[in-house]
Design a protein around this ligand. Structure first.
Ligand SMILES: [Zn+2]
Length: 104
């Protein structure tokens, strides 16, 4: 698989400890993939400023992602979760869902 470059800092995206090499969705900063560093320092702060989705809607969508169980669903769920990164209930649900993706 060819290595991706971060669309923000232009450095190569290095696979993380679980072997995920596709980086992170850089929206709403840029339409592309970004490295973990830019994700934490630029993209997440930008997202947290956006209005949060209704929590019931979020849980419904996370469950839909869980049912799909593929890579795209994982990316989508990850992005949904970012909106509620401080919420314990959502984090608990996500931990259950994400274990299916990592250990399927
Ligand atoms: Zn970067």
């Amino acid at each position: 698989m060819p290595k991706l470059k971060c669309c923000i800092c232009k450095k190569e995206i290095i696979p993380n400890k679980i072997g995920w090499g596709r980086g992170n969705n850089a929206l709403p900063v840029k339409d592309g993939r970004c490295c973990d560093e830019c994700n934490w320092s630029v993209v997440i702060p930008a997202r947290l400023k956006k209005v949060k989705m209704d929590k019931k809607e979020l849980i419904k969508r996370l469950k839909e992602c869980e049912n799909k169980g593929n890579e795209d669903a994982h990316i989508e769920a990850d992005e949904l979760l970012l909106q509620y990164i401080d919420d314990k209930e959502i984090t608990t649900i996500w931990n259950k869902i994400s274990s299916k993706f990592w250990y399927a």
